[in-house]
Ligand binder design. Structure first.
Ligand code: UD1
Length: 370
């Protein structure tokens, strides 16, 4: 069986790592990189550090408005799929690359599976919310990372083509955590393990408005320990446009981190402050308290279990949220057991797409079917 994975942005490379390993010897696996992320620190280092084979094709689409970027990917992916004729297209997460992969595949009547299906923020301002809803409804197979995600899919009438898989980010996190003594993050002078916070901010809602970004940076600047702020290119660009110095108060801006360095930096921190979906969950899996600068989260289990707190409009609450007492210990595993990628491959090998035009086209065979 030939499976084509489509990736393009940083979190997708992380998810690809365990999938590429699990595919070895079981399926012919090709990787198409849309080129959504292209800086070395945003792309190549992930392939290198996580041992992912180089993409079979890079469309080199790069940055642009949503329409330009997604449209260019759509055209490029259509040609790629015509060339590779995959038995399955595997789309990851919720970026513009995800949506383009799903659309290009269904228009060519190619079966498409969505990894990390069923997440919902119910926030229609987020481009990711549209990407994931549209991709789920286009997909023949929805691979859910959690019970909560599966429940969303069922509620939207997608239960018959959905499978609970667990989260492949748990797979990669556990593997890297167990090796990460190999790649300790270089802490800036004067910053000691367990005496700093790790922060990332990159979402348009937090960076595009000068006033909002200033309030966030100000909140970080007044925290009671140094804050390692790993600077995404969007943050760097917006801060420069707004004339905002990131090197203020407690904040120590650093370059974007590779995955092993990020895991290491999170694990040895006092806490994480972020608007990233992935990092909220990584913090939880490492049992490091997280404060999320967003009005809501898709990873609601992290909040319910006490390891994640949301701070949104009232940024004056940031300091108190970050300094809150250590959350209660838990051995809950809402995101699987670290073997999700193997289940993905098994599910793809066993699922039968009867007729791409039939209303319920996928037959799920074997354990894990819902
Ligand atoms: C994208 C995803 C988001 C994900 C994030 C992870 C969408 C809609 N958003 O957001 O879900 O959380 O990736 O990082 O798909 N840039 C560079 N170099 C790069 C890539 C981007 O300088 O290698 C700059 C460009 O100025 C670009 C901006 O970052 O315009 C934003 O990049 P883009 O890919 O549009 O979205 P992200 O904010 O990275």
């Amino acid at each position: 069986m030939r499976i084509v994975s489509v990736v393009g942005a940083r979190p997708q490379f992380v998810k690809l790592a365990p999938i590429a390993r699990a595919m070895l010897g079981r399926a012919e696996h090709l990787v198409v990189h849309t080129g959504q992320h292209y800086d070395q620190a945003m792309s190549e280092v992930f392939f290198r550090d996580l041992g992912i084979p180089a993409p079979d094709l890079n469309l080199g689409v790069g940055s642009g408005s949503h329409g330009q970027q997604t449209g260019a990917m759509l055209a490029g992916l259509e040609s790629a799929f015509e060339r590779f004729r995959p038995d399955w297209v595997l789309a990851y997460g919720d970026t513009n690359s995800t949506l383009a992969a799903a659309l290009a595949a269904v228009k060519l009547h190619l079966p498409v599976a969505h990894l990390e299906a069923g997440l919902r923020s119910f926030n229609r301002r987020m481009p990711e919310e549209h990407n994931r809803v549209l991709t789920d409804h286009a997909a023949d197979l929805c691979l859910a990372p959690s019970e909560v995600a599966l429940a969303h899919l069922r509620r939207e009438g997608l239960g018959s083509r959905s499978v609970l898989i667990g989260d492949v980010m748990t797979d990669v996190l556990y593997r890297v955590r167990d090796q990460q003594h190999l790649t300790p993050v270089a802490l800036p002078l004067g910053v000691e393990p367990k005496h700093y916070y790790l922060a990332t901010i990159h979402r348009p809602d937090n960076t595009d408005s000068a006033e909002r970004l200033r309030a966030i940076v100000d909140g970080l600047a007044h925290l009671d320990h140094p804050v390692l702020l790993a600077v995404h290119p969007r943050l760097a660009a917006r801060a420069a446009e707004h004339g905002l110095d990131l090197n203020v108060g407690a904040v120590r801006p650093i370059a974007p981190l590779g995955y092993p360095e990020l895991v290491n930096a999170a694990q040895h921190s006092l806490g994480v402050v972020t608007d990233s979906g992935g990092l909220q969950k990584e913090a939880f899996l490492l049992r490091v308290a997280c404060t999320t600068i967003r009005p809501e989260t898709e990873w609601t289990e992290t909040v319910e279990l006490g390891w994640n707190t949301l701070v949104d409009r009232d940024l004056s609450a940031l300091g108190e949220a970050v300094r809150r007492p250590t959350p209660p210990a838990t051995d809950a595993q809402p995101y699987g057991d670290g073997h999700a990628a193997e289940r993905v491959v098994t599910t793809l090998l066993n699922a039968t797409v009867l007729d791409a035009n039939a209303p319920s086209a996928t037959v799920l065979n074997g354990p894990g079917s819902h």
